[in-house]
Design a protein around this ligand. Structure first.
Ligand code: C2E
Ligand code: CA
Ligand code: CA
Ligand code: CA
Length: 279
């Protein structure tokens, strides 16, 4: 038993070392990729439930890796978060999204609000407010066209200074939404302490629609809650006609998901924006 214990330990240690090394290599690769400009933004439309008009777009990061091809955020965001690289990466994302909006506008495209994901770590940096304000000023985008998607965990730790910063951005015109809503533990009293405009119903609930009674109940409750709090609400991860039917009956005003479009590169999004709606 003693011998086996040692073998297990050696195995554990070896796995741990391999993991740590892989992580460090990835961290270095992300750093280089930021310098070399290998990240890209894809965009996914958000549509009005009753007519399919594109009323918003969400920017989602991709890594155009020279060897591995297109790498999805699940493969690098966790390491970026842990290493702190999410901070410069997040700045790059916001700047790229705002610049893209201006570029589209200059070529005569009507651009709706663009939603950008902000990680808790990024929001926690002391100069978050200044950075966002500086990017908006430098790109010349209307602040009203910028929406920052925060996660519920951010609401759990409401540092007074941070709340003030969010209200300052809101006063400039910037919008805020809560991503993956329903998966955390935020209470209504928390939500009301922040300048939140929209709740995004997490796709894990939408996935179970319409059969799963719990998911149906939660979805209906979030829509009702949003309405009574005078908040916007959007359902994410809509993939099927049945889910669409349920959400339309439940009077969910905005929808996002593969049923309408996958996240697409900028040129495809431009073509979609020129059409204005998804049929
Ligand atoms: P998220 O913010 O919840 O984004 C929604 C994810 O669901 C995206 O995955 C999107 O492609 C995917 N999705 C959209 N519609 C459907 C659908 O109908 N069905 C299914 N199954 N999935 C759908 P993606 O692009 O791989 O991003 C994953 C996560 O990575 C995001 O989840 C977000 O948490 C994070 N992320 C992406 N871009 C950024 C970024 O620029 N900054 C930060 N901090 N995080 C980001
Ligand atoms: Ca999001
Ligand atoms: Ca989400
Ligand atoms: Ca998510």
């Amino acid at each position: 038993a003693k011998e086996q214990g040692r073998n297990n330990w050696q195995l554990y240690e070896r796995t741990l070392t391999t993991r740590t090394t892989a992580r460090l290599v990835l961290e270095g690769d992300i750093r280089k990729a930021l310098e070399r400009g290998e990240f890209r933004l894809f965009y996914q439309p958000q549509v009005r439930a009753n007519d399919g008009a594109v009323i918003g777009i969400e920017a989602l990061i991709r890594w155009q890796h020279p060897q591995r091809g297109l790498v999805f955020p699940g493969q690098f965001i966790p390491v970026a978060e842990e290493s702190g690289l999410i901070v410069p990466m997040g700045e790059w994302v916001l700047n790229a999204a705002c610049s893209q909006v201006r570029e589209w506008q200059r070529s005569g495209v009507m651009v709706p609000r663009v939603a950008v994901n902000v990680s808790a770590r990024q929001l926690g940096t002391p100069d978050f407010l200044d950075t966002v304000a500086a990017i908006i000023a430098a790109t010349g985008v209307a602040a009203d066209l910028v929406e920052l998607e925060l996660t519920e965990s951010i609401l759990m730790d409401p540092e007074a200074k941070r709340i003030k910063g969010l209200f300052r951005l809101r006063a400039m015109g910037v919008h805020f939404s809560i991503d993956d809503f329903g998966t955390g533990y935020s209470s209504l009293s928390y939500i009301k302490r922040f300048p939140i405009g929209t709740l995004k119903i997490d796709q894990s609930f939408v996935r179970g629609l319409p059969q799963n009674a719990d998911d149906a109940g939660i979805t209906t409750a979030i829509i009702a809650m949003a309405r009574s709090l005078d908040l916007g609400v959007i359902a994410e991860g809509v993939e099927s006609r049945e889910q669409l039917d349920f959400l339309q009956r439940a009077q969910c005003p905005k929808l996002q998901g593969y049923l309408f479009s996958r996240p697409v590169p900028p040129d495809e999004m431009e073509a979609l924006l020129r059409r204005g709606r998804i049929v």
